[in-house]
Write a protein that binds this ligand. Sequence first.
Ligand SMILES: Cc1ncc(COP(=O)(O)O)c(C=O)c1O
Length: 376
Amino acid sequence: MTALLSTTTGIRYPVDQPRWKCDAGGILDLEWTPVIDPARISRRPPTMWRYREAIPIGDDASILTFGEGFTPLLRQAIDGREVLLKQEYIFQTGSYKDRGASVLLSKVRELGVDSVVQDSSGNAGCAVAAYSARGMISCQIFVPEGTSPAKLAQLRYYGADVCQIRGSREETARAALLAAESAYYASHSWNPFFLQGTKTFAYEVCEQMGWKAPDSVVLPAGNGTLLLGAAIGFNELYGAGLIGALPRLIAVQSAACDPLVRGYNSPDGRVPSVHAQQTLAEGIAIAEPVRGSQMLKAVRKSGGRFLAVEEAEIIESLQLMARLGFYIEPTSAAVVAGLRSYLRDCPRDEQVVCPLTGSGLKSTEKLLSLLDGDGP
Ligand SMILES: Cc1ncc(COP(=O)(O)O)c(C=O)c1O
């Protein structure tokens, strides 16, 4: 049976209703067991929709796609170690968020919903806006002040109604939640269908490695959409007997906003409230991640860990990657900084995968100011 399961009350709700939270106001997960058939998959075009039976959209006519996914997995030497980099900025809107938006907006179309609201530091908003445009669905996107001008321009060109909130990322989320009282909330952090798209990251990694999982995967930890999606994907593949072991999930935060690192290190395992400081890694500066305890659980279950990176490490990794030909945005460089920190103390023969999550073209102003020596 496919159902929306309340993580607060355990109550199940049907999936054919436009519901994004339970009656008690809690988070919903999607409950279902996908069918996975590698022989059929291998005959299909190289997009994330090759895992069609594992994506919970009933009717093909509802699918909103730009042919996204199956991004390259490249071998690259970093600090003398060979790693596998998955180029997750090679998407229609310039970040991996398109995986989630493709499935979520397909679900929106299947539900017959014609307008959505969403809040974001920029990239998830751009993805929701582009797929809304594809489906002729109207969308209102809330973003905090200080959002990169390139992301704002992109949102407006897609035709989104952009509401810039004077305040923090958390105040922006609260404004969107208010608007969501009377509209469908296509939130990447709340809506479980978004994770059904990001999980295809794990499917692709394993297929590209010959239906085998890496030893570990280094991932960003903001709202955890890639982290939790990857955890779902790897667990589904393991459950289906397609991979023999689960990878360790290594989750990276900015030291300027690290509630999960603190929760991971605290004796009671609770995610504390933190006051976010200024950071170059705007995409992971989430002081109150709504799925924070799920992220802690997923990382612990995998045998992985959380780690924090400093601003200087982000800048150094940004420069290193650019010199290797990868023009990525600072949030993406924070994950690379986490990768480098992890490589310093993991066994040399460990096979490590790391996504490059966002294009540098989204952060021209920040990147120019770093070149000019102005700092963030
Ligand atoms: C480029 C980039 N990388 C990583 C993230 C982290 O997101 P999450 O933890 O929700 O997967 C974001 C979020 O906006 C982002 O824009």
